[in-house]
Design a protein around this ligand. Structure first.
Ligand SMILES: Cc1cc2nc3c(=O)[nH]c(=O)nc-3n(C[C@H](O)[C@H](O)[C@H](O)COP(=O)(O)OP(=O)(O)OC[C@H]3O[C@@H](n4cnc5c(N)ncnc54)[C@H](O)[C@@H]3O)c2cc1C
Length: 493
């Protein structure tokens, strides 16, 4: 690949908004947006609930949004960052709407905002229950209008090219030859998303294997808060568990109850906000109920809600449940907590700068300090658009002073690697074992020490200290993803 001014690694909300903001400011620089799958296959696409922002100052205020974010983050948020992101929200929302994101409006023509757990006011802007899809489609349309943005789908990035604490681009799998090659750039923008695939039960799609944070760690970038992984309490428990279909928090904001096998709204035993407590509190309460009695099942109860209104707000959720045989208005629906959001990541400042020069990061792979120990619902999409804006302003002004430094391919590394062939058996088995271990650990059934020991043995298996029976090819995409997943698991522990 010929050298590029800016390499954007990831085509979710973080990568796309950065590319657009930068292209808007600098039509003279080349920008490539890379993604390991199709451009539209991202965590962003699956976001349901929406994006948090104060838009009605008669009922709500920045101070309230800040307070809710800090409370959810349990004392681990960066207060300055929280204020900066909350206060920048209205401008970025107006911009998204102007770009064409069809946020719902009420009969008076005002934003139709929803309520979610941990929020003291209705402040979630949404496009029914498919907000992520609507945002993705709008951003892809807009990005396609800039001649200097080029998309590179199906390009698997293996590592960052870092020398003397400066990033010069990436090592990637050439989709045509299958060889590992270098691609050089002045600026590299890491937007590779989260790592839900570390766990057996997750809402995250297959692409969420923590590649970005693992690459950044190998490159020596500062990483923080990885110990905080958020579980979402209301994943649908009667279908697939990986990825599990999410029943948005907004459904609880709309009035749904959470009940146990006895029909008790048990959450009030754990927190005065009941169903509207933050995700960590609700998920941990459900795990505690499981621990009391293995037979306990937990349900989302919508039977008392207005069916017509519900369908208007959540058509996708109602239809998905119906498809699986559950009529939300006749029967409670089984739910379970599922791994949902990586709160930690590559440390960044408000402009997205990491501790490695010319390496920027944003989105779920990064840690700005907004979320602390537990992300407030719908603050993730918001963080991505605000940081992308700051990063684009910064990069547009500094890029002319940065040279492109090229260096030869590393001859010591594997020459050929295959694209997406069936997962070699042993790699698949190790991945399943890892996902099971991490899920059981999170439910509190095994100790951290025991899990660390078991994960270390998995690491040793793939580090080549022991043979992986039947697996001679250590250079497949599956192998790299597994290595990244184990790296992330060790950070989470
Ligand atoms: C089901 C679900 C519902 C959600 N609902 C909400 C919500 O309502 N509100 C909210 O604020 N948040 C929500 N979230 C969280 C939010 O969607 C994500 O945190 C956010 O979209 C992450 O965006 P991103 O741009 O950082 O990463 P992503 O959107 O995940 O994009 C990652 C990109 O990186 C690429 N990539 C990764 N690794 C590599 C590699 N090695 N080589 C090349 N490319 C690579 C991928 O191909 C992809 O293009 C939800 C998440 C899920 C899963």
């Amino acid at each position: 690949m010929i050298p590029t001014d800016v390499l954007v690694l990831g085509s979710g909300i973080a990568g796309l908004t950065f590319a657009i903001q930068l292209a808007e400011r600098r039509s003279d620089i080349s920008i490539r947006v890379c993604s390991k799958a199709n451009t539209g296959e991202t965590n962003t696409r699956y976001a349901q609930g929406g994006i948090a922002a104060v838009t009605d100052f008669t009922t709500d205020s920045f101070e309230q949004h800040i307070r809710d974010t800090l409370e959810a983050g349990r004392g681990y948020c960066d207060k300055n960052m929280v204020r900066a992101i909350v206060e920048a929200a209205p401008e970025r929302i107006a911009e998204l709407a102007q770009w064409g994101v069809p946020f719902d409006r009420n009969s008076k023509g005002k934003w139709d905002t929803g309520l979610e757990g941990g929020h003291s006011e209705s402040r979630i802007l949404h496009c029914r229950d498919r907000t992520g899809l609507a945002i993705t489609q709008t951003l892809l349309r807009r990005a396609a209008g800039y001649k200097n943005i080029r998309f590179c789908p199906g390009l698997f990035i293996v590592d960052l090219l870092v020398r003397d604490k400066q990033c010069h681009g990436i090592r990637y799998v050439d989709p045509d030859s299958g060889k590992i090659k270098n691609s050089h750039a002045k600026i590299t923008f890491l937007a590779t998303g989260g790592s839900g695939q570390v766990f057996k039960v997750t809402t995250n799609p297959e692409i969420a294997t923590g590649d970005g944070v693992a690459m950044a760690a190998r490159a020596g970038a500062q990483i923080r808060n990885m110990v905080f992984y958020q579980f979402h309490p209301t994943a649908f428990a009667a279908g697939k568990s990986n990825p599990a279909f999410l029943i948005s928090e907004a459904v609880r904001g709309f009035g749904a109850y959470i009940i146990n096998t006895e029909g008790e709204r048990f959450l009030f035993r754990y927190h005065s906000r009941g169903e509207l407590a933050t995700r960590d509190i609700v998920s941990n309460a459900i795990f505690s109920e499981y621990q009391k009695n293995e037979e306990n099942r937990i349900y989302l109860d919508c039977r008392h809600l207005d069916e017509r209104k519900f369908y208007r707000h959540f058509p996708e959720i109602a239809n998905q449940c119906l498809k699986a045989g559950f009529d939300l208005f006749k029967t409670p629906v089984p739910i379970m907590p599922a791994a949902h959001y990586q709160c930690g990541g590559v440390t960044i400042n408000p402009q997205g700068q990491t501790s490695v020069q010319n390496l920027y990061a944003n989105g779920e792979c990064a840690c700005s300090g907004l979320h602390g120990a537990n992300r407030l619902a719908s603050n993730s999409l918001l963080e991505a658009v605000v940081i992308s804006h700051g990063a684009a302003v910064e990069v547009a002004s500094v890029i002319d002073h940065i040279p492109i430094v090229t260096f030869p391919e590393n001859p010591g590394k594997p020459g050929r690697i295959s694209q997406r062939k069936p997962m070699p058996n042993e790699i698949g088995k190790i991945k399943t074992r890892l996902q099971e271990l991490m899920y059981i650990y999170h439910t509190g059934k095994i100790t951290g020490d025991r899990t660390k020991k078991d994960i270390t043995s998995l690491w040793e298996l793939i580090s080549g200290k022991t043979d992986i029976p039947g697996n001679t090819d250590n250079s497949t995409r599956e192998f790299y993803e597994l290595k990244n997943l184990i790296t992330v698991a060790r950070m989470l522990l």
